[in-house]
Design a protein around this ligand. Structure first.
Ligand code: NAI
Length: 333
C-alpha cells in the first residue's frame, strides 16, 4: 500500500510518519499542489492512494488522470470537500474519505483568537511595546460581554464557538437549517439569516461552502448589517464576496474583518512569499486596512488536530483498502 501526499509540509510528514508506525504503509510526500500541472508526473501503477489538502484541485480531468494511474483512494486530510468533483470520483469508481472532525475546538478557539486580537489590538500592542511605545492611542476595543454574536452554521465548530461565546457572557444568535437542541437549551436563539445579520454585533461564519451559499456575505447583505459589525471567517473564503467587503470597509460599514480563509488562497497560503511581488490586489488591499486581520488558514493548526488528522486518515485509508466498514461521515464515496 503506497500513499502519495500532495501539498505536504514538514509537519504533515512528522505526524503521518509517527502514526504510520501502526500501519507500515509506504508514504511519499510531494510539496506541490495536486492539479492539472502535475498529475501527469505521477508514475502509473505505483501508488494506491493520494492524500490531499484544502487547496488541491480535484477537478474531473485530474480525477480521470488519477484513475488512469491506478489510484483507488483519494484521502482528504481536511473536513471540507468543496475542492473535489464528487461526481467524477463516483464515475471513475474511486473511493473518497475525509476527516470530518479532527478538532472543532482548534478552529473555534482560533476564531476567538482572531476576534479578541482584532478587537483588543494585542498584535499592535505587542509591536508597540517592543519599540518602547506604551501609548494607548488607537488601541481601544469594546467589551464582548453582553454583545450579540451571530453564528452562521452550528455544526461541530459553530457549536464549540457558541459555547465559548456564551462563556464570555454574550447573547448568542444562530442561523443553521438544522437547529442544535443542545445549544438551544444553553440559550442560543435561532433566527433567520437576515434577522441574524441585522441584529449581530459580531458575525462568525462556520458553515461549509456550497454552490448555494457562495458569496453569502455580499453587498446586499452587508447593507442590512449593523454599522460597525465585525466579521470573522474561518470557514471558506468564497463565503464572502471580497470586493463587496473591501467597499464596506472603505465606507466604514464593516468595523473589523478577521479572515483565516480567502477565496484566492491557493496561490498564497501555506507559502513564504515575503520576497515576492504578490499579483493579487484584493489581498493587498485587505492587508492594508488597520482593522483587518488575516491568518493563512491556520485555524486547524494545533498538535491535537494534526495528530487526529493523521490517525483518522490512515484508519480510513486502511479500511477502504481492506474493504472494511467504516463511518459514513468519514467515507464520502
Ligand atoms: P459541520 O458539518 O459539523 O457543520 C456545518 C454546519 O453548517 C451544519 O450544521 C450545516 O447544517 C450548516 N450549514 C450548511 N449550510 C449552511 C448555510 N448556508 N447557512 C448556515 N448553516 C449552514 O462542519 P464543521 O466541522 O463545523 O466545519 C465547518 C466548516 O469549517 C467546514 O466546512 C470548513 O469549511 C471549515 N473549516 C475550516 C478550517 C480552518 O482551518 N480554517 C478547519 C476545518 C474546517
Amino acid at each position: 500500500m503506497k500513499i502519495l501526499f500532495f501539498s505536504s509540509k514538514p509537519y504533515d510528514s512528522l505526524f503521518f510518519e509517527e502514526n504510520n508506525k501502526s500501519y507500515d504503509f509506504e508514504l511519499e510526500f510531494w510539496e506541490t499542489h495536486l492539479g492539472p500541472h502535475i498529475v501527469d508526473a505521477i508514475k502509473p501503477n505505483v501508488y494506491d492512494a493520494v492524500c490531499v489538502f484544502v487547496n488541491d484541485k480535484l477537478t474531473a480531468p485530474v480525477i480521470a488522470a488519477l484513475a488512469s494511474k491506478g489510484i483507488k483512494i483519494i484521502a482528504l486530510r481536511c473536513a471540507g470537500f468543496n475542492n473535489v468533483d464528487i461526481e467524477a470520483v463516483k464515475a471513475h469508481k474511486l473511493r473518497l474519505c475525509r476527516v470530518p472532525a479532527y478538532s472543532p475546538q482548534a478552529v473555534a478557539e482560533h476564531a476567538i483568537a482572531l476576534l479578541l486580537t482584532l478587537n483588543r489590538k494585542t498584535h499592535k500592542a505587542y509591536n508597540r511595546t517592543r519599540e518602547q511605545n506604551f501609548s494607548l492611542n488607537g488601541l481601544m476595543g469594546f467589551n464582548l460581554y453582553k454583545k450579540t454574536i451571530g453564528v452562521i452554521g452550528t455544526g461541530k465548530i459553530g457549536a464549540a464557538f457558541c459555547k465559548i461565546m456564551l462563556g464570555f457572557g454574550c447573547k448568542v444568535i444562530a442561523f443553521d437549517p438544522f437547529e442544535n437542541q443542545d445549544l438551544k437549551s444553553l440559550g442560543v436563539n435561532y433566527l433567520t439569516f437576515d434577522e441574524l445579520i441585522k441584529q449581530a454585533d459580531v458575525i462568525s461564519l462556520h458553515c461549509p461552502l456550497t454552490e448555494e451559499n457562495r458569496y453569502l456575505i455580499n453587498a446586499s447583505k452587508i447593507a442590512i448589517m449593523k454599522p460597525g459589525v465585525v466579521l470573522i471567517n474561518t470557514s471558506r473564503g468564497a463565503l464572502i464576496h471580497t470586493k463587496d467587503v473591501i467597499e464596506a470597509l472603505k465606507e466604514k460599514k464593516i468595523g473589523g474583518l478577521a479572515i483565516d480563509v480567502y477565496e484566492q488562497e491557493e496561490k498564497l497560503f501555506f507559502k513564504d512569499l515575503s520576497g515576492s511581488i504578490i499579483d493579487d490586489d484584493d489581498i493587498q488591499r485587505l492587508i492594508s486596512f488597520s482593522n483587518v486581520l488575516v491568518t493563512g488558514h491556520q485555524a486547524f493548526f494545533t498538535q491535537e488536530a494534526l495528530n487526529e488528522i493523521a490517525t483518522s486518515t490512515l484508519s480510513s485509508v486502511s479500511a477502504l483498502y481492506h474493504q472494511q466498514a467504516t463511518s459514513n461521515d468519514t467515507i464520502l464515496v
